[in-house]
Design a protein. Structure first.
Length: 360
């Protein structure tokens, strides 16, 4: 018999109870005691897709040169034949760097969803730029669907790529760089809150939505101290696997003062950093073990907040990798694969649950 009261459940380890938490008998107990139950375990697969929404600051300040960063590359068409211009230095503004980072991580997610020749719908993607007084879809060649998102499988249809000559890799150029006007960050979070809520309602047992906000300054449509309250509604959106994760990545040419996934008690550079810290989620405890396998990375402490402040381009890239770490279980050899359908799960118990549900 499944435990339906605290006394019945007492003998069940947290990880085991998570497997039965979504049954009708235990659902009420789960929601009443979710803080004490292991969450953020569900892998991304077609039955329970994941969701990542990028919010990209496209204000005028993003046109500034990003310090001494140097970069060269070649624009290519979809068949990877280069355009007439030769390789050479690229104007590395904050806008270009943000677009490159988002496009790069999307380009890495696509093959992780591949099975044979097919890209499976393991992830719903959102890309929104905020500038002036508006928040707009930032991938003009791939329009969003009715839910404000697009399947990862659609991104494989992009017709433009960028050859990173330094790393000898092709990057699908999905998000276009832009820089003008103000920085309506409040409007951006308010834009994606109903989108995240709709995803959670339609996929109640999926890994919760992930929101990644990339910016190089404070909001222009609200007081910066109000950001924690503004972000709270989207942070409170939950699936049975946990609450929405909000990552804030602040870009700066002052990389010597960088802050990488701080703890709530760590010293921060200024009040705005404290505002962003309060507006950021706590990093799930299952993420760091996978990230520690990355050579040369700074260790992420227990209880770390999903914030990077004064990030240079490398920290931006690493921060987007952390934000998409749930997909990293494929790349790092972690997780458990279903032999029948290829779906991947964070724990063996979740894999067995999946097999029981679908009859494998």
């Amino acid at each position: 018999m499944l435990p339906s009261t605290p006394s019945d459940q007492a003998g069940f380890p947290k990880g085991v109870f998570m497997i039965i938490a979504t049954s009708r008998i235990t659902k009420r107990y789960y929601w009443e005691n979710r803080e004490n139950i292991m969450a953020y375990e569900m892998g991304w697969h077609s039955g329970h897709p994941g969701c990542i929404i990028f919010l990209i600051d496209q204000s005028d300040s993003m046109s500034s040169n990003w310090g001494s960063t140097e970069f060269s590359g070649i624009w290519c068409s979809s068949d990877r034949t280069s355009q007439p211009q030769p390789p050479g230095p690229v104007d590395f503004s904050f806008a270009f760097g943000a677009a490159k980072a988002v496009n790069q991580i999307l380009g890495e997610l696509i093959p992780r969803c591949r099975k044979g020749e097919e890209i499976l719908p393991f992830i719903r993607i959102g890309v929104y730029g905020y500038t002036g007084d508006s928040v707009e879809w930032a991938a003009p060649s791939i329009p969003p669907e009715k839910d404000g998102l697009v399947s990862i499988s659609k991104l494989d249809l992009v017709t433009e790529e960028f050859l990173d000559t330094e790393n000898e890799s092709f990057i699908p150029w999905i998000v276009k760089e832009q820089a003008n006007g103000g920085r309506p960050m409040r409007a951006a979070f308010e834009k994606v809150t109903p989108i995240a809520r709709n995803f959670a309602l339609n996929h109640p047992d999926s890994f919760p939505p992930i929101i990644v906000n990339i910016t190089n300054g404070p909001p222009t449509d609200c007081d910066r101290k109000d950001l924690p309250d503004i972000v709270t509604p989207v942070k409170n959106i939950e699936t049975s696997d946990g609450a929405t994760l909000v990552f804030n990545i602040h870009l700066s040419a002052e990389s010597s003062a960088s802050v990488w996934f701080p703890n709530i008690n760590d010293s921060l550079p200024d009040v705005y950093a404290e505002n962003l810290l309060a507006a950021s989620s706590t990093l799930p405890e299952l993420f760091p073990p996978y990230l520690e396998m990355q050579s040369g990375w700074n260790k992420i402490s227990d209880g770390a907040k999903c914030l990077t402040f004064n990030a240079d381009f490398m920290l931006l890239i690493r921060s987007t990798v952390v934000a998409s770490c749930q997909a990293g279980i494929h790349a790092y050899g972690g997780g458990y694969d279903c032999d029948e359908c290829g779906s991947n799960f964070m724990t063996e118990n979740l894999l067995n649950r999946h097999k029981d549900d679908v009859g494998h």
